[in-house]
Design a protein around this ligand. Structure first.
Ligand SMILES: Nc1ccn([C@H]2C[C@H](O)[C@@H](COP(=O)(O)O)O2)c(=O)n1
Ligand SMILES: [Zn+2]
Length: 162
Protein backbone atom coordinates (compact mmCIF):
# COMPACT_ATOMS: atom_id res chain seq x y z
CA UNK A 1 0.00 0.00 0.00
CA UNK A 2 1.37 3.42 -0.84
CA UNK A 3 1.45 6.12 1.84
CA UNK A 4 0.07 9.63 1.49
CA UNK A 5 2.03 12.46 -0.11
CA UNK A 6 4.25 14.31 2.34
CA UNK A 7 4.79 17.56 0.48
CA UNK A 8 1.22 18.79 0.28
CA UNK A 9 0.50 22.48 1.00
CA UNK A 10 -0.13 23.49 4.60
CA UNK A 11 -3.35 25.43 5.26
CA UNK A 12 -1.32 28.63 5.66
CA UNK A 13 0.54 28.08 2.37
CA UNK A 14 -2.72 27.28 0.61
CA UNK A 15 -4.61 30.35 1.82
CA UNK A 16 -1.72 32.80 1.49
CA UNK A 17 -1.06 31.33 -1.96
CA UNK A 18 -4.66 32.07 -2.93
CA UNK A 19 -4.37 35.59 -1.51
CA UNK A 20 -1.25 36.19 -3.62
CA UNK A 21 -2.79 34.70 -6.74
CA UNK A 22 -5.84 36.95 -6.24
CA UNK A 23 -3.52 39.96 -6.02
CA UNK A 24 -2.23 39.11 -9.48
CA UNK A 25 -5.62 40.21 -10.86
CA UNK A 26 -4.97 43.78 -9.70
CA UNK A 27 -4.36 46.45 -12.36
CA UNK A 28 -2.52 48.70 -9.91
CA UNK A 29 0.95 49.16 -11.43
CA UNK A 30 2.75 49.72 -8.13
CA UNK A 31 1.12 47.60 -5.42
CA UNK A 32 -1.01 44.52 -6.00
CA UNK A 33 -2.81 43.28 -2.91
CA UNK A 34 -4.81 40.08 -2.60
CA UNK A 35 -6.66 38.43 0.24
CA UNK A 36 -8.62 35.35 1.16
CA UNK A 37 -11.20 35.10 3.97
CA UNK A 38 -11.45 31.70 5.62
CA UNK A 39 -13.88 30.23 8.16
CA UNK A 40 -12.78 28.70 11.46
CA UNK A 41 -13.01 25.26 9.85
CA UNK A 42 -10.82 26.25 6.89
CA UNK A 43 -13.47 26.85 4.25
CA UNK A 44 -12.80 29.70 1.83
CA UNK A 45 -15.54 32.31 2.16
CA UNK A 46 -14.35 35.14 -0.05
CA UNK A 47 -11.42 36.61 -1.96
CA UNK A 48 -10.49 40.04 -3.19
CA UNK A 49 -7.90 42.29 -4.74
CA UNK A 50 -7.44 46.03 -5.06
CA UNK A 51 -9.24 47.60 -7.97
CA UNK A 52 -11.84 50.04 -9.13
CA UNK A 53 -15.53 49.78 -8.22
CA UNK A 54 -17.86 48.05 -10.69
CA UNK A 55 -18.65 50.23 -13.67
CA UNK A 56 -15.48 52.33 -13.33
CA UNK A 57 -13.19 51.51 -16.22
CA UNK A 58 -9.59 50.45 -15.49
CA UNK A 59 -8.63 52.32 -18.64
CA UNK A 60 -10.35 55.59 -17.84
CA UNK A 61 -9.41 56.16 -14.20
CA UNK A 62 -5.92 57.24 -13.13
CA UNK A 63 -3.35 54.84 -11.65
CA UNK A 64 -1.02 57.69 -10.58
CA UNK A 65 0.35 57.72 -7.03
CA UNK A 66 1.22 61.43 -7.00
CA UNK A 67 -0.26 64.54 -8.48
CA UNK A 68 -1.26 68.02 -7.51
CA UNK A 69 -4.89 67.12 -8.00
CA UNK A 70 -5.96 64.19 -5.79
CA UNK A 71 -8.71 63.51 -8.31
CA UNK A 72 -5.99 62.49 -10.75
CA UNK A 73 -4.57 59.84 -8.39
CA UNK A 74 -5.73 56.27 -7.80
CA UNK A 75 -6.20 56.74 -4.05
CA UNK A 76 -9.63 58.33 -4.22
CA UNK A 77 -11.02 55.58 -6.45
CA UNK A 78 -9.54 52.17 -5.60
CA UNK A 79 -11.33 49.65 -3.41
CA UNK A 80 -8.84 47.83 -1.22
CA UNK A 81 -8.61 44.08 -1.47
CA UNK A 82 -9.90 43.44 2.06
CA UNK A 83 -12.96 45.64 1.60
CA UNK A 84 -13.64 44.02 -1.78
CA UNK A 85 -13.51 40.56 -0.19
CA UNK A 86 -15.83 41.62 2.63
CA UNK A 87 -18.28 43.26 0.23
CA UNK A 88 -18.08 40.35 -2.24
CA UNK A 89 -19.18 37.85 0.41
CA UNK A 90 -22.74 36.86 -0.28
CA UNK A 91 -23.12 34.19 2.35
CA UNK A 92 -24.22 36.03 5.49
CA UNK A 93 -21.89 36.37 8.44
CA UNK A 94 -18.08 36.51 8.51
CA UNK A 95 -18.05 36.30 12.31
CA UNK A 96 -15.06 34.43 13.72
CA UNK A 97 -13.30 34.15 10.35
CA UNK A 98 -9.65 34.83 9.44
CA UNK A 99 -8.26 36.92 6.63
CA UNK A 100 -5.02 36.13 4.77
CA UNK A 101 -3.74 39.28 3.09
CA UNK A 102 -0.55 40.11 1.21
CA UNK A 103 -0.26 43.59 2.80
CA UNK A 104 -1.20 44.73 6.30
CA UNK A 105 -4.71 46.28 6.30
CA UNK A 106 -5.04 50.07 6.37
CA UNK A 107 -7.18 51.87 8.94
CA UNK A 108 -10.26 51.90 6.73
CA UNK A 109 -10.05 48.18 6.05
CA UNK A 110 -9.38 47.58 9.76
CA UNK A 111 -12.72 49.22 10.53
CA UNK A 112 -14.47 46.97 8.03
CA UNK A 113 -12.64 43.87 9.33
CA UNK A 114 -13.66 44.65 12.91
CA UNK A 115 -17.27 45.42 12.02
CA UNK A 116 -17.55 42.25 9.93
CA UNK A 117 -16.49 40.16 12.94
CA UNK A 118 -13.23 38.87 11.41
CA UNK A 119 -11.05 37.80 14.31
CA UNK A 120 -7.60 37.09 12.87
CA UNK A 121 -5.38 38.75 10.25
CA UNK A 122 -2.47 36.85 8.70
CA UNK A 123 -0.40 39.23 6.61
CA UNK A 124 2.67 38.91 4.40
CA UNK A 125 4.14 42.42 3.99
CA UNK A 126 3.98 45.29 6.46
CA UNK A 127 5.76 47.79 4.22
CA UNK A 128 3.63 50.71 5.43
CA UNK A 129 4.06 49.94 9.13
CA UNK A 130 5.33 53.45 9.92
CA UNK A 131 2.32 55.23 8.45
CA UNK A 132 -0.48 56.72 10.54
CA UNK A 133 -2.91 54.47 8.67
CA UNK A 134 -1.28 51.21 9.77
CA UNK A 135 -0.52 52.46 13.29
CA UNK A 136 -4.21 53.40 13.65
CA UNK A 137 -5.21 50.06 12.16
CA UNK A 138 -3.20 48.13 14.78
CA UNK A 139 -4.55 50.31 17.58
CA UNK A 140 -8.15 49.59 16.56
CA UNK A 141 -7.52 45.88 16.10
CA UNK A 142 -5.85 45.71 19.53
CA UNK A 143 -8.86 47.41 21.12
CA UNK A 144 -11.33 45.19 19.28
CA UNK A 145 -9.52 41.92 20.03
CA UNK A 146 -8.57 41.16 16.43
CA UNK A 147 -5.34 39.15 16.47
CA UNK A 148 -2.76 39.71 13.75
CA UNK A 149 0.49 37.97 12.92
CA UNK A 150 2.93 37.78 10.08
CA UNK A 151 2.73 34.83 7.73
CA UNK A 152 5.70 32.55 8.28
CA UNK A 153 7.30 32.00 4.90
CA UNK A 154 8.19 28.44 4.10
CA UNK A 155 10.24 29.24 0.99
CA UNK A 156 8.19 26.78 -0.99
CA UNK A 157 8.03 27.82 -4.62
CA UNK A 158 4.94 27.06 -6.62
CA UNK A 159 5.21 27.04 -10.38
CA UNK A 160 1.98 26.85 -12.33
CA UNK A 161 1.92 26.79 -16.09
CA UNK A 162 -1.22 28.50 -17.34
N1 LIG B 1 -3.96 46.59 2.89
C1 LIG B 1 -4.04 47.23 1.70
C2 LIG B 1 -3.25 48.33 1.43
C3 LIG B 1 -3.33 48.92 0.19
N2 LIG B 1 -4.18 48.44 -0.72
C4 LIG B 1 -4.18 48.99 -2.08
C5 LIG B 1 -4.54 50.39 -2.32
C6 LIG B 1 -3.74 50.78 -3.53
O1 LIG B 1 -4.37 50.28 -4.71
C7 LIG B 1 -2.45 50.01 -3.32
C8 LIG B 1 -1.37 50.79 -2.60
O2 LIG B 1 -0.68 51.55 -3.54
P1 LIG B 1 0.74 52.23 -3.25
O3 LIG B 1 0.48 53.39 -2.32
O4 LIG B 1 1.62 51.20 -2.59
O5 LIG B 1 1.24 52.63 -4.59
O6 LIG B 1 -2.82 48.90 -2.54
C9 LIG B 1 -4.97 47.34 -0.44
O7 LIG B 1 -5.73 46.86 -1.30
N3 LIG B 1 -4.88 46.78 0.78
ZN1 LIG C 1 -7.39 49.25 3.13
Amino acid sequence: MSSKRADYLTWDEYFMGIAMLSGMRSKDPSTQVGCCIVSQDNKILSMGYNGLPNGCSDDEYPWERDGEDPLETKYVYTVHSELNAILNYGGGSLKGSKIYVSLFPCNECAKAIIQAGIKEVIYESDKYEDTASVIASKRMMDSAGVRYHKYRRTDREIKIKL
